[in-house]
Design a protein around this ligand. Sequence first.
Ligand code: CDP
Ligand code: MG
Length: 687
Amino acid sequence: MKGFATPLQPADIDPRKRRRFSTPGNPSLNGPQSQCIQAQRAGLPIAMGKDALIEEIRKNDVSILVGETGSGKTTQVPQYLLDSGLAGQGMIAITQPRKVAATSLAARVATEQNVSVGALVGYSVRFDEASSDETRIKYVTDGMLVRELLGDPLLSRYSVVIVDEAHERTLRTDLLITNLKDIQRKRNLPSDAKGKGSVAKLNPLKIVIMSATLDADKFSNFFGGARVTYIQGRQYPVTIYHTTVSQPDYVEAAMRTFWQIHMDQPPGDVLIFLPGQEDIEGVDRSIKLFADRSPRELPSIVVCPMYAALPSSQQAKIFTPAPPGFRKCILATNIAETSITIPGIKYVIDTGKCKEKRYVARDSGTGFDTLLTRDITKSSAMQRAGRAGREGEGFCFRLYTEEAFDAMRESAEPEIRRCSLTSSMLQLRCLDQDLEELDFMDKPDQEAIGAALKTLYLLGALDRKRNLTKLGRDMAMFPLEPNLARAVVASREFGCTLEILDIVSVLSASSKPFFDSSDEREAASEIRRKFRHRSGDHMTMLNVMRSYQEIAASEKKSGRKDWCRKQFLNERCLAEAQEIRDQLREVCSRMQIDWHASCGEDEQPVLKCLVRGLVQHAAYLQPDGSYKQLMGPSIVKIHPSSSLCDKKVAAIIYDELVYTTHIYARGVSAVPRGYIAEVPILNIKGT
Ligand code: CDP
Ligand code: MG
């Protein structure tokens, strides 16, 4: 193909993945007939070793399971454990790093069990849960299980915890693994050693660690030499092409490659790996636009986006085969690398990019997480290529040179070494644990620990001796970032919980409320002028939420959508924010915070609460018109998307910084300097 070097016979793909198997791929997923589904289950690679696998888990407290993506680990292992009685009376938890994986896998396994989600098979993710007393298999995000520790430190409801996708080494997965090791030690003591009390009644805990690509030795050593079981995978050869020259515009290159495949290559679905939701939405629009203009004789195209924040209503489309004569094109982030197996893929286009969370440290000893687009690792590249060879011979088009592949990192650094520890530190303090003393697979960085301590101190969650305060404990009750939780707790004092919950909910949604495509920016800004508040973006957001709530109360879904489209607002974000708001109201009620408390049209109390939470994100106007961070060395500009963009105000607070040609503050409000000076901690320090 044009622009690509001669195919590399799959030299750089892991030899394990090149074996040819005579077993056919899965039959298509047409129809919910349980017979067909049971046949599919029986045909999965993992089914062949089912009995041996159950035996391994029965014999060992900790088992490590490594098997090719799509072999059936995530969907089958919990069912096997339930069927074989290994879970006893307890529940089986299976963790996923991403929400969308947890919910879609629960849906699949519920179908396999012929039950509805929330009955025998359920899920629990941040701001969303489907489970009941009947639930025995629960798909959860790793973060949710860490959160459950706060109420149930021994996870006593669970008899088996399966840590899935362990290779991703998210911060929450690492925290969980550390705690599981300790919990197991406590729960599995011989009964005479347990002594009296509730612990003596606990059933023992089994731990299963699973992944497609795992540094199994590292996990095994951490668990004192735990046994590793490998599942024989099923993989057809994949021919890999690299570009001859590097492609700075990976989005454009991906589009070009897609159209070449679509025009020249035989049927088969295409999976394009892109770094994030924005790129995915852009490519989605472009493909649809071109498809409308393409020659009639070409097959039609079904485009399916897939990213962490995808609403569950749209997930089913990804797993549904395209109608005859159509070609499906899936646009995915690295979620489709190992967590989710999509049937029918013959062609993979790999941009070689992903988004990685990274902590940006500041000289002041504080810092924050940002998502940066960067090159993937060799391990990811191999997984991505592998997705083309699940059901037959496949092709992978890498939009980077062979030299670039050679220069890639082998695997990613664990998150605990590169992300903000603030939220985790708060949770651990609630469990009376100290991040510095815990037994982690990889120890966190001293500097990051210092920054987390400083942030929690500034938020008033820890005192000078690093002890958890009452305020800190209250903050931890909210499934929110500590700075937002701080604002909510402050609203009790300032009597504006109703308003703060609306704002915090929008900030916690997985997408942004305003559509901001550059071609419509002016029209959008004109229409949205009516929501604008002179103090800036937070109150503007509140105005939007208020208007949306009015519409939502009177209009049906289509009317709401229509209204949002006309205002250039993202309905998905606002609908999600409403759900989040309801959940946060429940948490408030449990904590006896009156969520009805309202300050009406007065913005002062709202801004005061936000300052308490965003005190580290404050900046003062300089004589030259720029803003300098209060607790950092940087000069920041107000982002063009902000309603304060061309204003000069004495002091600002902001939600986040964005790095492009400048350091931009996004989500900005103007606040009197006096509000910042009022923050109690700053007074103590005399800053
Ligand atoms: O965890 P692992 O990658 O080993 O496999 P899995 O997620 O358990 O998937 C096993 C099989 O179920 C794959 O062939 C998937 O295509 C299929 N599956 C599906 O059809 N629909 C889903 N929502 C999830 C899995
Ligand atoms: Mg899996």
